[in-house]
Design a protein around this ligand. Structure first.
Ligand code: AMP
Length: 282
């Protein structure tokens, strides 16, 4: 596995793969890797003849006071995991490489940026869109892999790819969960055993809503009441949002019959956790 710290190095490595006629799959991450990330690497390997992964804790997607400084950084373990998966190139730049001195250009995706996590984390999706646009320009992948776990991010990036004519396919992989239902996340490392137990209420609420939809309920209001009721069983979490929205626009929907995203975010002890389920159209 080639480890590239500079844009020039990763471009040269990708150019060599291209000269060999290889199709490039790209998996961007912030590191502290778990099975969710590795599932995307495996999807990329299945689809493409070469895989590029990146590890970059992107400062511009963290608001002041968030966990940028203490975000887990486990480079050696991550490197070994990616190597074992057969990744061809790992791009792991410093912030100064991605944001040259005096950089002032950002990607704005419009109103969708301010919905769900964008509403609670002002500027978050502007930072995400900007860094992903930079990474796409640098790597120029054929396919780029993202997790459904970050459903609002998927909606923002789909829009950006379409609006800015990126010549690539965005592939979305399903959320990978722990056996008890907790969605895997690098931020789960912040949880004490007690918090981890409380965090299960997020996936429990989503499963209850999903079961209610399966039993025939389509109106959003009773489904939201049901979800909020389950979340209230765990008074020690601080709810950020629980919403039922259109998966593409992230706007609230009145019923789920044309498909919907049921999404939740909550602070559990020191961690802000998110989870969601996608309700297919009937
Ligand atoms: P992150 O390192 O948190 O920025 O995540 C990098 C990529 O992994 C993003 O596309 C995430 O959506 C995806 N991802 C994170 N957690 C999971 C999970 N539990 N299941 C599937 N994909 C995930």
């Amino acid at each position: 596995m080639i480890i590239a710290g500079s844009i020039a190095e990763v471009r040269a490595a990708v150019a060599r793969l291209r000269r060999d006629g290889r199709c490039i799959g790209f998996v961007p991450t912030m590191g502290a890797l778990h099975e969710g990330h590795l599932s995307l690497v495996r999807a990329a390997k299945a689809r493409c003849s070469a895989v590029v992964a990146s590890i970059f804790v992107n400062p511009t997607q963290f608001a002041p006071g968030e966990d940028f400084e203490k975000y887990p950084r486990t480079f050696e373990a991550d490197r070994a995991l990616l190597e074992a998966e057969g990744v061809d190139v790992l791009f792991a730049p410093e912030a100064s490489e991605m944001y040259p001195e005096g950089a002032t250009t950002f990607v704005a995706v419009g109103e969708i940026e301010d919905r769900l996590d964008g509403q609670s984390r002002p500027g978050h999706f502007r930072g995400v869109a900007t860094v992903v646009a930079k990474l796409f320009h640098i790597v120029e992948p054929d396919h780029a892999f993202f997790g459904q776990k970050d459903a609002a991010q998927v909606a923002v990036l789909r829009r950006m790819v379409r609006d800015l004519h990126f010549d690539l396919e965005l592939v979305v992989g399903p959320t990978v969960r722990e056996p008890d239902g907790l969605a895997m996340s690098s931020r789960n490392r912040y949880l004490s055993p007690d918090h981890r137990q409380r965090a299960l209420v997020l996936s429990r609420a989503l499963r209850r809503v999903e079961a209610e939809v399966a039993s025939g309920v389509v109106d959003a209001q009773p489904l939201i009441r049901l979800g909020l009721g389950v979340l209230a069983e765990e008074p020690d979490i601080r709810l950020d949002y629980f919403r039922i929205v259109d998966p593409d626009t992230l706007e609230d929907v009145a019923d789920v019959s044309r498909g919907a995203l049921v999404a939740v975010a909550a602070f559990v002890g020191p961690a802000r956790l998110i989870d969601n389920v996608l309700i297919p159209p009937r």
